[in-house]
Design a protein around this ligand. Sequence first.
Ligand SMILES: C[S@@+](CC[C@H](N)C(=O)[O-])C[C@H]1O[C@@H](n2cnc3c(N)ncnc32)[C@H](O)[C@@H]1O
Length: 244
Amino acid sequence: MTRATLAKNPDDVSAMFDQAAPRYDLTNTLLSAGQDRVWRARAREALALRPGERCLDVACGTGVSTEALGRSGATVVGVDRSAGMVGRGAHRPVTLRVGDALHLPFRDAEFDAVTIMFGLRNVVDAPAALREMARVVRPGGRLVVCEFSHPAWPPFRTVYLRYLRDGLPRIARRVSSNPDAYTYLAETIRAWPAQRELAAVIAGCGWSHVSWRNLTGGVVALHRAVRDAPRPAPAAPAPQEAAA
Ligand SMILES: C[S@@+](CC[C@H](N)C(=O)[O-])C[C@H]1O[C@@H](n2cnc3c(N)ncnc32)[C@H](O)[C@@H]1O
């Protein structure tokens, strides 16, 4: 998976989000023309949390997604590597922690479900993060990855790629507290694996029943999967009567 492991320095990525944090939520809403709320709502539906379940929101940022997930009646915890992003969410009625997706500060099989929304693309080693998410979810538990993707219809793709190249950085220069973060955003979206390719990566990292659906014509894709059950131990050989 070469394109999902672009050379990204984790400390640089966290510093970039620390700087973008003060106006992160506003910038997102403007750049996506309000679609970000719809995409997160679709991810929430796909997770289908039930009251009493435990869910982990990895790369939770300022906790917008975490707070919305918490309305399901499940216990939801958010974790993010950027202290600046987590700090912006301190007022929210959910638990947000500073922590790394590659070394999640949670026990094996602690959660019923895990999600990562617009975060996997930013993690330095996406397959390692997917394996780590599989570790903290119980066998049979659910994964939802919500991430920018690749529109399939060529005319729409052309317009979208032009927006990424010209429109998005221009808007970001006016609103964001760190416009460079949005040049990086456009670059990482272009380099990110297509829907089918990402599904194959997820399937290779401890997840089964992988499926996906496009949102907004493929601008975003929602991938769902189920945590593999542990393989049953091989049956012990039937006891043999010892030869006399
Ligand atoms: C685009 S933001 C998404 C935030 C939030 N999920 C949302 O939907 O608004 C990406 C987040 O990924 C976080 N991130 C990047 N690498 C990470 C890592 N290794 N561990 C945890 N969080 C990470 C960044 O700090 C940033 O907050």
